[in-house]
Design a protein around this ligand. Structure first.
Ligand SMILES: [Zn+2]
Length: 376
């Protein structure tokens, strides 16, 4: 995996680049649609590729480990073949889901012992085993097991969890490098900077992880209930410490209006369930603001959802039809709404990328900030 830095904004931290993977090039800044169970809910891979032109999607290690199982996916040729997705895949470590979904977690230096939220069976995730699961899936970008804390956390608790995360990252990285040599695979593993909402811990964590000289770095432990200004502040503290010539990935953010703020702070990659989850709930992001499709005002509205959007939903259907599908509980609604919301996010990232390449990102950022002030 190789990162090519193409342009940097002279006034902000924004960057445009290209990540070369075994499954194609990822143009950055990039938003990654979330395909938890090896499926972006409601959207066919054909549409992710042809309609949305997504370069990379995210899949969840925890869920795929439990069902259908990574060994089965390995047997069937890996996740790309299993789900028929020819482009890049990033898998998380499963840590976040172990801490948020599973039961009876027991953390030790060895790893996390947990019970499956599906059938209650006990499993142990170790730094090495989660790498092995992700290698079996054949993902292009892997994440090491980390300890995820709730918000708020004490400084002492956050310090302890961060130190453990660093030790686990070192073990995961060693195992990863050894397995890479054995298998000749070309994947990358991004260590995760933790430290809860404490700038000093974030700094310590970053400086420890830099010694791994990894192909890219992630910033984790955000979007766990803290004020949004704090998530941005923690990002701003961390990105300048990370190597300029490696991609930086902030996990689990954000709202559409926040994406430019992360990009302005030097973030190259993001993912969030928000566009797809909101879509299924009838909350649609448009160039004129949020549309809550169930509202009666759309009942006889023959206009497209967003006249400025080129997605198949906006090209083909009216707000009235979308509202009808939503009210009737039709499956097609989720598909059309998810395609639109993802297109909205991906187009926004492409616009930012263009603005950075053309040296106009500062103007772009001022513009979105001004329109946010006007609409609030
Ligand atoms: Zn659209």
């Amino acid at each position: 995996m190789r990162f090519e830095l193409e342009a940097e904004c002279p006034d902000t931290g924004a960057r445009a680049g290209r990540i070369h993977t075994a499954h194609g090039v990822i143009e950055t800044p990039v938003f990654m649609p979330v395909g938890t169970h090896a499926s972006v809910k409601g959207v066919m891979q054909r549409d992710l590729e042809m309609e949305l032109d997504a370069h990379v999607i995210l899949a969840n290690t925890y869920h795929l480990f439990l069902r259908p199982g990574h060994e089965l996916i390995r047997q069937l040729g890996g996740l790309h073949r299993f789900m028929s997705w020819p482009r890049a895949i990033l898998t998380d470590s499963g840590g976040f889901q172990v801490f948020s979904l599973s039961h009876l977690r027991k953390i030790s230096e060895e790893g996390v012992l947990f019970r499956s939220h599906l059938d209650g069976d006990s499993h142990l995730f170790t730094p090495e085993s989660t790498v092995e699961v992700q290698l079996a899936l054949g993902s292009d970008i892997l994440m090491p097991l980390d300890e995820c804390l709730e918000y708020p956390a004490s400084h002492e608790g956050a310090d302890r969890a961060m130190r453990r995360t660093v030790r686990w990252a070192v073990s995961a990285y060693r195992y990863f490098e050894r397995r890479l040599e054995e298998t000749g695979s070309v994947a990358a593993l991004f260590p995760i900077v933790q430290g809860s909402m404490f700038a000093d811990l974030r700094r310590d964590c970053a400086s420890e992880l830099l010694q791994l000289n990894a192909a890219g770095y992630a910033i984790g432990g955000l979007s766990v209930g803290e004020p949004r200004s704090l998530s941005l502040e923690m990002t701003e503290v961390t990105t300048p410490l990370l190597p300029r010539d490696r991609p930086r990935y902030v996990m689990g953010v954000g709202m559409p209006e926040e994406l430019p703020e992360y990009v302005a702070r030097g973030v190259d990659m993001m993912d969030c369930v928000l566009p797809s989850r909101n879509a299924r709930n009838g909350c649609l992001f448009t160039s004129a603001g949020r549309v809550i499709i169930k509202q009666a005002r759309y009942k006889d509205d023959g206009a497209p959802l967003d006249p400025n959007c080129g997605c198949i939903t906006c090209r083909t259907y009216s707000r009235a039809y979308l509202r009808h599908l939503f009210q009737a509980g039709e499956m097609l609604f989720s598909t059309l709404a998810t395609i639109h919301n993802l297109k909205y996010y991906l187009d926004m990232m492409r616009q930012m990328r263009q603005a950075i390449l053309l040296g106009r990102f500062r103007a772009y950022l001022d513009n979105v900030r001004n329109s946010a002030v006007e609409s609030s």
